[in-house]
Design a protein around this ligand. Structure first.
Ligand code: CP3
Length: 344
């Protein structure tokens, strides 16, 4: 793997000196760009786009070309792992993912398997094509969902406000939950290693539903599996852990062998820094709704975020994915403000 010309993201993740903070946006590939919607409209839908490497690479490159971000993130979805384990999903227009079959019993578990990493060859191929298109300009980020967040979808069968069916399993059948979490973890480790072999420069693990658990439950059902993933990857590339809403877990996450901790917008940067300590980088955390404000307000709030996090060990981002109806112009103001900011 060669080092990109712009390696700010990798240096910031490793705690090396940077001239300025790198910036990218969670969910930057797709959603907000008319150029993405045009590619998507030319295909049968979201899944065909994910599974067609040339087109997935094309929409991965769009935000680098159009928005000027300091990293690309491969266009895919966290739900490719459940699918590779034998639980296929549908992406229902305007409603989100739906799993016709779910995992709720021993018999359901017997019907799925640890994913063969080869069944996700289309992702590695998209990574290789993207790297050619990037031509060493910026790093490429690979990703996976955290085992707990994937369990939520596999048990619940789709999105939910409470994921109470998934949480019922944790309470009534912890044995089943741990078995499923272990299978997801093994599947994800092989998948992430294959992404590294294909050339990604950094990995992010999305624990999007971390915040629905209590500190104790999170410690039992998520942290041990994140730890296994970090240990198995063994610093081949820097790893970012993003546990949305799990403010109680910052010190636990920082104790894992990862490089960066993602921060959502409900957390004050100085408090997170105190809990995480000086040896991990932080990433975040502008409220995605700020991108609905005036250009002046976006620039001001971005600058105050940059001041609060400080120059070192910091990657500028939103506190969660960019909302689909955000104007690309607002995103450009955010990106440019980070790129031109000078610390006193
Ligand atoms: O960051 C990027 O731009 C790379 C691509 C990416 C997608 N999904 C593409 C996508 C990434 C990193 C994801 C991760 C993902 N997927 C997460 C974790 C991050 C988070 O937001 O918490 C989750 C929970 C999912 C599951 C998922 N995929 C849901 C709930 C939905 C429907 C709602 C939504 O966000 O749009 C998706 C669909 C999806 N994944 C879209 C995109 C661009 C929209 C599909 C479309 O084009 O219509």
């Amino acid at each position: 793997m060669s080092t990109p010309q712009n390696d700010l993201l990798l240096r910031a993740a490793k705690g090396l000196p940077v001239e300025r903070s790198p910036v990218w946006l969670m969910r930057q590939a797709g959603r907000i760009l008319p150029e993405y919607r045009a590619v998507r409209a030319s295909l049968s839908g979201f899944k065909e786009l994910v599974e067609t490497p040339e087109r997935a690479a094309e929409v991965t490159l769009q935000p680098v070309d159009i928005l000027g971000v300091d990293a690309a993130i491969i266009f895919s979805d966290i739900l490719v792992i459940p699918e590779a384990m034998g639980l296929s999903y549908e992406m229902v227009e305007k409603r989100g993912p739906h799993f016709p079959q779910t995992i709720r019993s021993e018999a359901d578990l017997k019907g799925i398997r640890i994913a063969e990493p080869e069944s996700l060859n289309y992702v590695y191929e998209a990574i290789r094509i993207t790297l050619k298109g990037l031509d060493g300009r910026v790093p490429l980020i690979g990703f996976a969902g955290a085992p707990f967040t994937l369990l939520c979808y596999m048990v619940e069968g789709g999105g939910s406000k409470t994921f109470s069916t998934a949480r019922k399993m944790l309470m009534q059948r912890p044995d089943l939950a741990h078995h499923l979490l272990e299978m997801i973890t093994q599947s994800s480790i092989a998948y992430l290693k294959a992404q590294v072999d294909a050339g990604v420069h950094l990995l992010q693990i999305f624990d999007s539903w971390a915040g629905i658990l209590s500190p104790d439950t999170y410690r039992k059902f998520s942290i041990p599996y994140l730890e296994k993933i970090c240990r198995a990857l063994d610093s081949t590339v820097p790893i970012t852990l993003f546990a949305k809403g799990a403010h109680f877990s910052y010190s636990d996450l920082a104790a894992l062998p990862c490089h960066t901790i993602g921060v959502d917008w409900n957390s004050p940067p100085d408090e997170v820094r105190q809990r995480v300590g000086p040896d991990r980088s932080l990433q975040g955390n502008l409220d995605p709704a700020v991108l609905y404000a005036s250009g002046k307000e976006i620039a001001e709030q971005t600058r105050s975020m940059l001041r609060a996090f400080g120059k070192n060990r910091y990657i500028a981002n939103l506190g969660h994915g960019v909302y689909p109806d955000t104007s690309p112009e607002a995103v450009k103001i955010f990106v440019e403000t980070v790129k031109t900011f000078q610390h006193d």
